[in-house]
Design a protein around this ligand. Sequence first.
Ligand SMILES: [Zn+2]
Length: 249
Amino acid sequence: MAELREIETFLQTLLQPQAFQDYGPNGLQVEGTRPLRRIVSGVTASLDFIDAAIAADADLLLVHHGLFWRGQDGRLTGWLGTRVRRLMQHGVHLFAYHLPLDAHAELGNNAQLGLRLGLVADGRFGDQGLGCIGPAGAHGTLAALADAAGTALQRVPMVLPGDGRPLRRIAWCTGGAQGFFEAAIAAGADAYVSGEVSEPQVHLARETGVAYLACGHHATERYGAPAVAAHVAAHFGLEHRFIEIGNPA
Ligand SMILES: [Zn+2]
């Protein structure tokens, strides 16, 4: 049976968290007691996810959004206390990787979203090189890109149309990466795909002519954690399943 420290070392080597300036601790966030047979992956360590994973007899959870973030006061009270207590009562281990799981060149959220949209990155941009950019390929028009995103993610994107130019270069960054829009424009994007959008990006799209597609924070970040968890499970001979807890945001 796999040992916790072996899995931890494997994940740290795979995802290189020391290379990132992140908003929370990456790696083992809650150490459990269960022997390691079954991994359950998910986007966020919410209480619904934790309960569903425990019902599925999980030993180890692997998520993109863990429990601890910079700026929290750190007390295990209220909702955070409930989540941690639930994990510890059941002896379940929790691993969380944030930016390292966005960035991994094959298994990360950005690479996996690109795969589903038929996009291959030939460049990087933005803070810590997290953003991806590549040729538009089959998506020569905004309508084609919006259609592909809606079909792949099963969610209709919010589209800010720009100036209607043909698409030659498409940039993307999953989750709450609306702040990367200017960097995507500077990197030569004709359209930018992310999870969320905020008020200023509407004006930037109008004034620069570059289109913006907000495809959902959760929807764009659904693929990295299960890709990494499946890789770990295959290496150590463990079972793995992904549990989707729907989130409209
Ligand atoms: Zn996120």
